[in-house]
Each structure stands twice: as C-alpha cells, then as structure tokens.
Design a protein around this ligand. Structure first.
Ligand code: AP5
Length: 218
C-alpha cells in the first residue's frame, strides 16, 4: 500500500511512519530526513535547503518533486511506501499524481493526523534524537529507557533540531496553515482523505491508522 501521512509539525508523522515500517514493512519516505542528510553531507540540495529550513520556510517545489520522483522509482518502494512530509503544496500533490501514473503506481490513502496547536509546541520542544543512529525520543512522552542512553544503539550523544524552537515553530505552523492545508480538500475530492485523532496515545494512533488501512481496498 502507498499512503501519505499529513499533519502539522509535531503531529506524529515520523513516529507513526516508524511504527508502520516496523510492523508492516512499508518504507518511510521522509523529505525532512532526506534534506537533513543532504545538509549533513554538504550536498548542493542541502546547501540550498538549509537556510529555508532554519527559517521554517518550504524548500522549492521542483527540488522536492525531483527528490521524491527518484526515490519512489527505487525497487524497495515496490513493497509500499509512506510519504512523510510530501506533498506539502498543491503543485507538489499534482506532480505526485503525474509521477505515480508515469511509474504505474497508485495512492491508497491520505491520512491526516489532527493535533491541537498547544500540543504540537509541547511535542516539538521536547523532541530529541540519538546523534549516532537517529532514533527519536521525547523528554516526556518517549524518554530513553535508561537516562541518556539510546535504546536502539546504546549511543550517549543526542541532538535537537535547529528548527524546533518557538520562533521557527510559529513560522512552520503558519506555513502549514497557508501552503499545506489546501491539499486536504484536494485529496478529499478524490475520496482518499481519512482523518485520525493524533491527540491520542501514540500506540492508539497507530491502531487507528491500521484500522483505516484495513478498511482500504488494496
Ligand atoms: P519535516 O522534517 O517534515 O518536519 P515537520 O513536517 O515540521 O514535521 P516534524 O518532523 O517536526 O513532526 P512529525 O509530525 O514527524 O512529528 P514526530 O513524529 O517527530 O520538515 C522539516 C523542514 O524541511 C520543513 O519545515 C521544510 O523546510 C522542509 N521540507 C520537508 N519536506 C518538504 C517538502 N515536501 N516541501 C518543501 N519543504 C520541505 O513527533 C514529534 C514529537 O512528539 C516526538 O518527540 C514524538 O515522540 C512525540 N509524539 C509523537 N506522537 C505523539 C503522541 N501521540 N503523543 C505524545 N507525543 C507524541
């Protein structure tokens, strides 16, 4: 199955993608992670994206479309993928439709995670990740089992995203409202949009997503 998880920053797209990847073998395609890797490796794409991401603005559509087009053509995507962070504008959604047709693929569901704004800020400001393997945690909602030791790899160094601060978060939420939310009616009109309560406990959110997937014809 090929699905999109859509929601504002901190809605739980990455968290749920990881759970679905582990349980159902689908591939997570996170454009945010791809861009952060490109920045880390000082690739041209990363250099172009860095200041925009730090300001909470979107990276140009053509660059993102090329990145996803190349990624979904890879053989591992044949077992199903989860788009996390793409599309983020109506032109990106239209480009996705075209590339799926060209590659003989289809979209099965678009799942919107709905979360209150106050909860989003709390989630983003408490998020941190293992510097070694990238496993994601939260100070309150998902701490490491042993203090300051990564559950996944035993790493002892952690990082926080430079865009996870109150000022940039305001800009990211505004961008979501103005540029990304208009894709919800786009998918509603195609009969693909399903809404899940993202305020629930993260494991209950996974169950709600799985219920949607179970009701979706393959
Ligand atoms: P991106 O990396 O995609 O960031 P985002 O959309 O802002 O989303 P986040 O990663 O912040 O949140 P999430 O929904 O994944 O939440 P998470 O699961 O981590 O994009 C970053 C930037 O890249 C953009 O601003 C833009 O500049 C650029 N970009 C990326 N894609 C682009 C595109 N297509 N076009 C143009 N530009 C693009 O959860 C957050 C925290 O909450 C975690 O700590 C987690 O443990 C906790 N949590 C999760 N679920 C729950 C729950 N149910 N209860 C309690 N806590 C929870």
């Amino acid at each position: 199955m090929n699905i999109i998880l859509i929601g504002p920053p901190g809605a739980g797209k990455g968290t749920q993608s990881h759970f679905l990847e582990e349980k159902h073998g689908m591939i997570q395609l996170s454009t945010g992670d791809m861009l952060r890797t490109a920045i880390k490796h000082e690739e041209p794409v990363g250099l172009e994206a860095q200041s925009l991401m730090a300001a909470g603005k979107l990276v140009p559509d053509d660059l993102m479309v090329r990145m996803i087009e190349a990624r979904i053509a890879k053989p591992d995507c044949a077992r199903g993928f989860i788009l996390d962070g793409f599309p983020r504008t109506v032109p990106q959604a239209e480009a996705l439709d075209k590339m799926l047709v060209a590659q003989g693929k289809k979209l099965d569901a678009v799942i919107e995670l709905k979360v209150d704004e106050a909860a989003l800020i709390a989630r983003v400001s408490g998020r941190f990740a293992c510097a070694n393997c990238g496993a994601s945690y939260h100070d309150t909602y998902m701490p490491t089992t042993k203090p300051n030791v990564c559950d996944a790899c035993g790493g002892k160094e952690f990082t926080r995203r430079p865009d996870d601060n109150a000022e940039t978060m305001k800009a990211r939420l505004e961008v979501f409202r103005i540029q990304t939310a208009p894709i919800l009616p786009y998918y509603q009109a195609k009969g693909l949009l399903k809404v899940v309560d993202g305020m629930a406990d993260m494991h209950d959110v996974t169950k709600a997503i799985e219920a949607v997937l179970n009701q979706t014809p393959a």
